[in-house]
Design a protein around this ligand. Structure first.
Ligand SMILES: [Zn+2]
Ligand SMILES: [Zn+2]
Length: 272
């Protein structure tokens, strides 16, 4: 295993403080960590990419004894790549428990449930109404809590809708699959959990929007990717825009993570 240099340590510290970085932030932090430690930044983009992969692998090797894992994921909203430092053994809540009270965690758990059962997003009023079920929190408490969860990058609030951020999807994937096996589907293209996406009306196959763009790109008459189905794909597929463009990076991430052997399925319980 390659040794950690001061540049690796600087990168890791900043990464741990943030928890989640998009690929641009990763590249910027990589450059900064090298420059501040007088390490030459490779000039060619190709070489920089190669070095970055190696750099991240070294950090990964060093944090894995602490059950930390650098995982790459793609945002369900705009197809952006993210890197997340996740706790891969202990239920993620061990980490959250120090930041949230038990009634706040109960609220979050119910919020996750509603989001999973409602195709990846619920209205903010519905989110606030969760408190009326057990009355441990007031609606004002819930409003503050939603903001804190958003600042901690567990959820996103946009256009009156609350959904899970890529951080939650990466850290809670096993929990979601264990607890909601009937509600959650995996994307037929990238094989990752798919909360928001398009669904085949015939067979129920679901795919992410960014995967649909990639999959149906150049297909004049899009059909369901399920081989036994092949029904006409009735959803409008956006044309590849900059934010949705299927980069080789995203493809690689998707195939890497789908090849990843099933992680040991220690039950993750939010209320543990
Ligand atoms: Zn997908
Ligand atoms: Zn189908």
């Amino acid at each position: 295993m390659s040794a950690m240099t001061p540049a690796h340590q600087m990168f890791l510290q900043a990464f741990m403080a943030r928890g989640l970085l998009n690929s641009k932030e990763v590249k910027d932090l990589f450059r900064k960590s090298l420059e501040l430690n007088d390490v030459q930044v490779p000039e060619s983009e190709e070489e920089r990419k190669r070095q970055l992969v190696k750099f991240i692998r070294t950090i990964s090797d060093h944090v894995s004894p602490f059950h930390l894992d650098i995982r790459k994921g793609v945002s369900e909203d705009d197809g952006t790549n993210f890197y997340c430092l996740v706790n891969n053994v202990e239920n993620h809540i061990t980490k959250m428990a120090s930041d949230y009270s038990s009634s706040e965690l109960d609220f979050f758990k119910k919020l996750v449930e509603q989001i999973v059962e409602n195709d990846g997003a619920i209205g903010s009023t519905a989110a606030l109404n969760i408190v009326t079920q057990d009355k441990k929190l007031t609606k004002n408490d819930a409003q503050d809590l939603l903001l804190r969860l958003e600042n901690d990058r567990w959820i996103m609030q946009k256009e009156g809708k609350v959904s899970l951020s890529i951080r939650s999807i990466l850290e809670l994937d096993q929990y979601i699959q264990d607890v909601y096996p009937d509600s959650v589907k995996k994307c037929n293209v990238c094989k990752q959990i798919c909360l928001k996406g398009q669904m085949c009306e015939d067979c129920g196959v679901k795919i992410h929007i960014h995967c649909a763009i990639r999959f149906f790109h150049r297909q004049e008459n899009p059909r369901c990717p399920d081989q036994d189905c092949g029904a006409q794909w009735t959803h409008p597929v956006p044309s590849p825009s900059k934010s949705h463009i299927a980069t080789s990076e995203a493809r690689q991430a998707a195939s890497q993570s789908s090849e990843r052997p099933e992680r040991q399925t220690r039950k993750r319980r939010l209320d543990a």
